[in-house]
Design a protein around this ligand. Structure first.
Ligand code: HEM
Length: 468
């Protein structure tokens, strides 16, 4: 009986080999990891036009529906793999971040400055990031509250005083730029601020234009303006060094830094990082603020709830005679949830870019060395698996914390946004003053989005501000 059993086993073993052999052979060439599914679109332009002509929800969601959570495409002149799951974002940005480096077009790197932290990784990135993080930590930014309040009040007063409809996004940009200046330089002389503002707007126009050095083009004008900004910052550095500045803002952290060999940062490194932080702070904060105006305007019941929350703080502060305290800004739960939901809904940074530094295999798919990798924050934020009824604006969903890696408006990992607390603080303070003393009407609004380059409400949300 035993011998019979052994013979049966040998027979079964041999028969599985015989049966499976042809499949093993057949499968051999395809067992190598293959590229993810997806379409590469037209030569060179790939699918760039579709990306920037469609609503971002439609472009990414339709691809995910067709191909799944990993798919390839070709945008902005580069082959890319897009990844739409929380695990994939974690893989690229956190657990395997050493396999992917930050990557930006050279033309854009030239306008910001190659020493800015977001172009780097490793030692240099860690050192600069520590300085930026310290200057934007809760400990540092709480000291900025009175200056932010002054800036908020002066912006609101100016919006009311014009009496006609204004482009809300443009105004939010001016406001965010001034706060950026405040967090980088502390109190800065007006003439420097104006010169920086003027040249910054020229750089911005060139940033999203075709990169050619032909004189007169937006890009070549931007390069010249970038040079002027560098000169202005060098002059400010010189002055601040003479004054032995004591304000604990980013510029002073950069100026006072010495590495283990007692070496300081060069003026070039300081200027590039100052320009980089100003750049990272402005359009992002302004876009989200514009969406907040729209979402609150569209939901009057919610606006009333936010107003009630802010009015009780306003009354406690003797109708604005006492300035807001840090603790008060930490205790605005409804307003805070409105901000989180606005960040999720608008997902102004729909994705980020990295570049594979070696061939990487993820979930059986090959990401070839040199290809771009794009974790798709927007898809994750709009996935019904993580957010019930994702297209409806519902701040109450944030009464429960989102699952890990399903909420990444500020990215994640070593390059995540060091300005996130400052951005939220600006929004809280602006909403506080806006709803307690003013009201606003959105006029001639057309639904839809435009790109600035981040998605913003159509025509920058034409708005009229009025005193309440
Ligand atoms: C609502 C406003 C903001 C949003 C949505 C936002 C979003 C982001 C995201 C998603 C990243 C990561 C990009 C990546 O991984 O490739 C990032 C990086 C960065 N952000 Fe923000 N940001 C905002 C405001 C700010 C502000 C106010 C500042 C500074 C004052 C700032 C400074 C930076 C810097 C310096 C980096 C690069 C960090 C690094 O490479 O280590 N951001 N931001």
């Amino acid at each position: 009986m035993e011998i019979f059993a052994i013979l049966v086993c040998i027979f079964l073993f041999l028969s599985t080999l015989v049966i499976s052999f042809p499949f093993i052979k057949k499968n051999k060439p395809t067992s190598k990891p293959k590229l993810p599914p997806g379409s590469m679109g037209w030569p060179y332009i790939g699918q760039t036009l579709q990306l920037y002509s469609q609503h971002p929800n439609i472009f990414f969601a339709s691809k995910q529906k067709r191909y799944g959570e990993i798919f390839k495409t070709h945008i902005l002149g580069c082959p890319c793999v897009m990844l739409a799951s929380p695990e994939a974002a974690r893989f690229v940005l956190v657990t395997h971040s050493h396999l992917f480096k930050p990557t930006y077009p050279k033309s854009k790197e030239k306008l910001i400055g190659s020493s800015a932290l977001f172009f780097h990784q490793g030692d240099y990135h860690t050192r600069i990031r520590k300085l930026v993080q310290t200057s934007l930590s809760p400990e540092s930014i709480k000291k900025l509250i009175p200056d932010i309040e002054t800036q908020v009040i002066s912006s609101l007063e100016s919006w009311v005083s014009v009496r006609h409809v204004i482009n809300a996004f443009c105004e939010m940009k001016k406001f965010s730029f001034n706060i950026g200046i405040l967090s980088v330089f502390g109190n800065l002389e007006n003439n420097y601020r104006e010169q920086l503002k003027e040249n910054y707007s020229i750089v911005e126009k060139g940033y999203n234009s075709f990169p050619t050095r032909i004189p007169g083009t937006a890009y070549s004008k931007a390069l010249l303006a970038r040079k002027r900004i560098h000169e202005i910052i060098s002059e400010i550095i010189c002055k601040k060094r003479e004054q032995k500045l004591i304000e604990k803002v980013l510029l002073s952290h950069l100026l006072n830094y010495k590495d283990e060999k007692e070496e300081m940062l060069t003026d070039e490194e300081i200027a590039d990082n100052v320009i980089g932080v100003l750049f990272a702070a402005q359009d992002t904060t302004a876009s989200v603020l514009t969406w907040i105006l729209k979402y609150l305007h569209d939901d009057q019941k919610l606006l009333e709830a936010v107003k009630a929350e802010q009015m009780s703080i306003y009354e406690a502060n003797e109708r604005g005679k006492i300035p807001l305290s840090w603790n008060q800004t930490r205790n605005m739960p409804i307003t805070h949830r409105v901000i989180l939901e606005s960040l999720r809904m608008s997902s102004i940074i729909s994705f980020t870019f990295r570049e594979a530094v070696v061939d990487v295999v993820y979930k059986g798919y090959l990401i070839p060395k040199g290809w771009k990798v794009m974790p798709l924050f927007r898809n994750i934020h709009h996935n019904p698996e993580f957010y019930v009824n994702p297209q409806s604006f519902d701040p109450s969903r944030f009464e429960v914390s989102p699952k890990p890696y399903t909420f990444m408006p500020f990215g994640n990992g070593v390059h995540s946004c060091p300005g996130n607390e400052l951005a939220k603080l600006n929004m809280l303070i602006l909403i506080h003053h806006l709803v307690t003393k003013f009201r606003w009407e959105v006029e001639g609004y057309e639904s839809g989005v435009e790109y600035s380059p981040f998605p913003i409400p159509m025509h920058g949300l034409p708005t009229r501000f009025l005193r309440d």
